[in-house]
Ligand binder design. Sequence first.
Ligand SMILES: Cc1ncc(COP(=O)(O)O)c(C=O)c1O
Length: 479
Amino acid sequence: MQAPPWKAKVVEPITLASPTRRREAIAEAGHNTFLLRSEDVFIDLLTDSGTSALSQEQRAAMELGDEAYAGSRSYYRLEAAMKDVYGYRHLIPTHQGRGAEHLLSRALVRPGLLVPSNLYFTTSREHVTLAGGVWVDVAIPEASDPESMHPFKGNIDLELLEQVLKAAAPEQVAFVRQEACLNMAGGQPFSLENVRAVRELTLRFGVPFILDATRIAENALFVKEREPGNADRPLPEIIREIARLADGAVFSSKKDHFVPIGGMLCLNDDELAQRAREFLVVFEGFLHYGGMAGHDMEALAQGIRESADERIVLAYVTQARQLGRMLEQIGAPFVVPIGAHAIFLDAKRFLRHLPQAQFPAQSLAAALYLAGGVRSMERGIVSGQHGDEPYEGLELVRLTLPRRVYTYEHLSHVAETVGAVLAARDAVPGLRMTYEPEHLRFFQARFEPLAPYPPFDGTEAAGSGAFAASWTRPYAGST
Ligand SMILES: Cc1ncc(COP(=O)(O)O)c(C=O)c1O
């Protein structure tokens, strides 16, 4: 096993709450892991968004933050890092990824215009829909098959895309979107060959091609590992080639760039960038900070450079593979091949007795919390169903790995927890939704179990219930 190229210098205490407290906490949270207090969580695999460990170089760079409202030096350092690594002409800084999606949708989407994309991401689709656009799924069918071993499930179905563009382009297509390491399919990459073909089609039909490049570094690593002809290429070269194939990119920098907050809209077209900047000053902030402070931009500039370091990317992708191997040994069903940033448990196979209308993935996430204080995220019908449309798609629970944060022992605890739920799987109850928000319901929806959860052996008994040794008190007492 290869050791990661970093060691911990600052640590944060975590405690496994008692089984009784966990039962109270998940009930208080309406059986929605988003609504748990982090103090009640032991291993937090809710998301890799904004949860990475900063490097000492990032922290040092933050001291240099120039907080000028306009013309900040930190903005220009960020712009230089973006141009060095990705090569786009224009940088539009935003508070996080959805800020960039909002500006892009304002600038390009009008009522009735189509946005063909490989599957969807929740906030990406929501901004297009709010602007009146129509999301069109053009992912290959393997993307929705958790058992398919296709090495590039992030690919776009080229024939389908061509049909859509033939029927509608260019007037009725806002842009074509392709997401790197497709989150909703299980963190699955696209191939370079596929992006090249999408580039060719979008040029032929005269429509903009925009990447969701949030996880471009991992995608480049998979290209290097799996796509013939790329094994000897340096990672930065592959990243740069992918970026160059598109007219622009949206980034949530809270993932690959190791920052707690930040995002970018990057564009090549001068006129489009100008339009986006007009919305930038209305919704995010001035041109030279968007939604970030100067010190945030410094951490981001350094994070962008670290994100192209192959040793770093390999180390965190390896963690997903380690957890996958542990789960394979205990027979837990999950999406294959193992993706970039997470293991996605397949709740349909895990909880075979529950119909999708009883929210199996949501219930499995609650069970994992009860069994071992592990927080995960539903990525099934609660996240994926749009309005009243029928939904029979993937029903997954995402165990997401914050970058540079947890150790092998933490992963073992997660595997034991999954094992404890697996042992009692037939008794895990379905849920009833008691509160459904109008937008992005997965964040705030509340549920009630249709029967009590069973006791989970092993890890459940291990809770000490005592939070925080005395040395944490002055800084980290509960509110
Ligand atoms: C692929 C992808 N795009 C966009 C976003 C939205 O970014 P943010 O959460 O920074 O607003 C996310 C966040 O999880 C994401 O995974």
